[in-house]
Ligand binder design. Structure first.
Ligand code: SF4
Length: 418
């Protein structure tokens, strides 16, 4: 699938509509061990819950497929947590349920997040056999000392072995997750990881700066003086290093934290950044559908209990909310849709396109945000032309400030009635 076509299609579905196909997120909240920096909704030591959890997940998938009359799905993403940690038979059963309950496009992008070392070559072939065609590998670093300091279970050799096994099994679309700005990490170590990662030949790289999340063990270690707080200036230097190195290596920097070979962007994540509709299943999963954003409760155990009972008839969001599976529902007003579209669209290097904006909101970008666009362009943070607006190279480093300005300005925009 040409990603340019998908960009237009996804961007044209305002207010959580999904006539061009839903993006489906499947949450797997299990990990063998919990990394000290992680604040995702995932747990170690609850493996006994896995069989019941997979049953509950299947129930939720069939529930949505039935209530939405088997809608089209264009991307599927197994995230977590560590989807590769659950037995392969479980992933096979969930895939079978998805293909039965939803009308999955023939060329759907179906991604599975994985930890190096969790799978054998045989597992990898079985993933391909059930329609998973994109593998995301949590490499994080190719420096063994840094991997240890991150409390990761794998070393660089295991990560490289996992990548090679995936290629040999037949995966043609592989993402590597890498982290930078780590305590004790030097720019030279970061460059060495980037060089080795690029040598492998992945289609996609996601690069994340380490952030110290409140309440994590890492947070306690930093507060207790055991580990130095990550240096934001060094992280910015590493980000610029990656930008120049990966640009020279032929990667497009298509989103603030994501690089891909031309045409190999993550279609699933593009749906989020284009503020298109998506459905999340599993505890803690978020959705944006038919003018509402909603999220499921976070506890996997409670999720399993609640889905073991019959669900009431009627609107699916109301049904799941009535039994307690959903614990937050928010109608999306046109002003919120505008703010979200700007905040997420500006993360993309293509920015927000004039024609898509006009098609979605019935208004010109310049009429909605003219003075702000002029101000930010004058400060060198924004580039605007007939195609649309996007962050400048300098603006990328101050992206959060720019997004905030658009969110604030969105509240003042008078949108034409729909
Ligand atoms: S493997 Fe990933 S999801 Fe699991 S604890 Fe570590 S960072 Fe979090």
């Amino acid at each position: 699938m040409d990603s340019g076509i998908r960009l237009e299609a996804a961007g044209s579905q305002g207010a959580g509509g999904y006539s061009d196909g839903l993006s489906l997120y499947v949450h797997i909240p299990f990990c063998e061990t919990k990394c000290h920096y992680c604040d995702f909704n995932t747990y170690a030591g609850i493996d006994a819950l896995i069989p019941g959890y997979l049953n509950a997940l299947e129930t939720e998938i069939r529930f949505w497929g039935g209530r939405l009359s088997r809608p089209a799905v264009s991307t599927v993403f197994f995230g977590g947590g560590t989807p590769s940690y659950v037995p392969i038979e479980g992933i096979e059963a969930i895939c079978a349920a998805i293909f039965e309950a939803f009308d999955v496009d023939e060329d759907a992008e179906t991604t599975l997040e994985s930890n190096p070392g969790d799978y054998s070559k045989r597992d990898l072939s079985r993933y391909l056999g059930v329609g998973i065609n994109r593998l995301s590998i949590g490499v994080q670093s190719l420096d063994d000392g840094l991997l240890k300091s991150l409390s990761r279970r794998h070393d660089s050799g295991t990560a490289i072995g996992a990548y090679r096994s995936a290629r040999e099994a037949g995966f043609e679309d592989i993402n590597l997750d890498l982290m930078f700005g780590l305590p004790g990490q030097t720019a030279d170590q970061w460059r060495a990881t980037l060089e080795r990662a690029v040598e492998l030949g992945p289609e996609h790289l996601s690069l994340y700066a380490l952030t110290v999340e409140e309440g994590t063990p890492l947070d306690a270690m930093v507060k207790g003086g055991e580990i130095d707080e990550p240096d934001p200036d060094l992280a910015a230097e590493m980000y610029l290093l990656a930008e120049s190195f990966l640009g020279d290596a032929g990667f497009d920097h298509y989103e603030i934290s994501n690089w891909s070979l031309p045409g190999r962007e993550s279609r699933h994540n593009l749906a989020y950044w284009l503020n298109a509709s998506y459905l999340g299943v599993g505890p803690g999963a978020h959705s944006y559908l038919s003018g509402r954003r909603f999220a499921a409760l976070r506890s996997p155990r409670r999720y399993v209990d609640l889905l073991s009972d019959a669900l009431p008839d009627g609107d699916p969001v109301d049904s799941l909310s009535a039994v307690g599976v959903l614990d937050s529902i928010e109608p999306v007003t046109p002003a919120m849709e505008l703010a979200d579209t700007m905040m997420m669209g500006m993360r993309l290097s293509r920015g927000v396109r004039s024609d898509e904006f006009r098609g979605r909101f019935g208004l010109e970008l310049a009429d909605a945000f003219g003075p702000l666009i002029d101000e930010l362009s004058g400060m060198g943070l924004l580039v605007g032309d007939a195609v649309g607006i996007r962050l400048s190279d300098g603006g990328r480093l101050l992206g959060n400030e720019v997004f905030e300005r658009f969110v604030t300005a969105s509240a003042e925009v008078e949108l034409p009635p729909r």
